[in-house]
Design a protein around this ligand. Sequence first.
Ligand code: SAH
Ligand code: SF4
Length: 344
Amino acid sequence: MTTQLTPLNPAEIAESLNLKPFQGKQIFRWLHQKQVFDFDRMSDLSKDLRKRLTEECAASQLELVRMSASPRSNGTKKALFRLADGETVESVLIRDRERTTLCLSTQVGCAVKCAFCATGLSGYTRNLNPGEIVEQALYLLQDEKLGEKTPNIVYMGMGEPFRNYDATIKSIKLLMAPEGLGIGARRITVSTAGEVKGIERFASEEWQVRLSVSLHAANDELRTKLVPLNKKYPIEVLMKAIRDYVEQTGRQMTFEWTLLDGVNDSPQDAEELIGLATRVKAMVNLIPYNPVSGLGFAPPPLDRCQAFRDALEEAGVNATLRRERGQDIDAACGQLRRQHLATA
Ligand code: SAH
Ligand code: SF4
């Protein structure tokens, strides 16, 4: 049987292949720090070990189908991967003046089916394993020269991370491992549509990984339409979980709010959001909608987005308005894959 190496940490690699601990670390370093998947290039391993690895192990579970780079969005690039069973997932690398951010997927499709989301549209197929999640980052970083600047990681690609909790947590630990990318917990953000059980579990993790909750609406009637998970966990239930999380961890969390023209962008919507954000001292991340054909939503005009942000700021809520980075290469979650499925 082939051993998949990327879901394993250095100790697990050593154990599963019956190697010395330092050899587990060497192999892990090649995969994670140098992003080398070819065993023959792992030059500090003995010839015998390289041969054995080639025979018994798989260095990579993903196959890169397409990498689209966008000159207009200053080097944002988006990768489409094929998994061993033929399914596809996508990830994005976004360059800012300050940092590089990698946006990773946790599932093939998504069962939450938010009304405006391309991923939800194609339904849920399966969970990714920790190696399939981490490899997205490794492939995106392959030709990047970041030097000392470790990237930020956001779990905002396809899928609902808290419906694939264990693999998500394991993948975070792999990304943080000092023999690998060594990414600091504060540089990692997990985004959930409001899976309360996951928020409760996340509160007891002993680290500073950040939590982001996709709110999009601050009253139950609208939120249930946009995020059907709201039927199971209405806003007050969600707010209680968030309050407990903030109390238990002392960490500030973020609300995400995808701005949809004429749907959730009015002064009244801002007012309701201010109420909820103030209660839990949340920051707010405003994302102008990236249109998905056939779903009937549009982003508000820029001045309306700015007015919404200003209303939050004036009320003392820390809000950022994200530019639509990489829109010209369809950098919103689920969209490249959808295109691929449509043309396949
Ligand atoms: N499933 C998780 C994480 C993935 S989506 C979640 O929903 O939080 C990451 C963020 O992108 C979510 O806030 C989601 O609502 C938002 N999003 C999805 N499709 C979008 C689109 N077409 N335009 C703008 N934001 C979108
Ligand atoms: Fe799933 Fe998030 Fe898309 Fe909603 S927005 S369908 S939870 S991926």
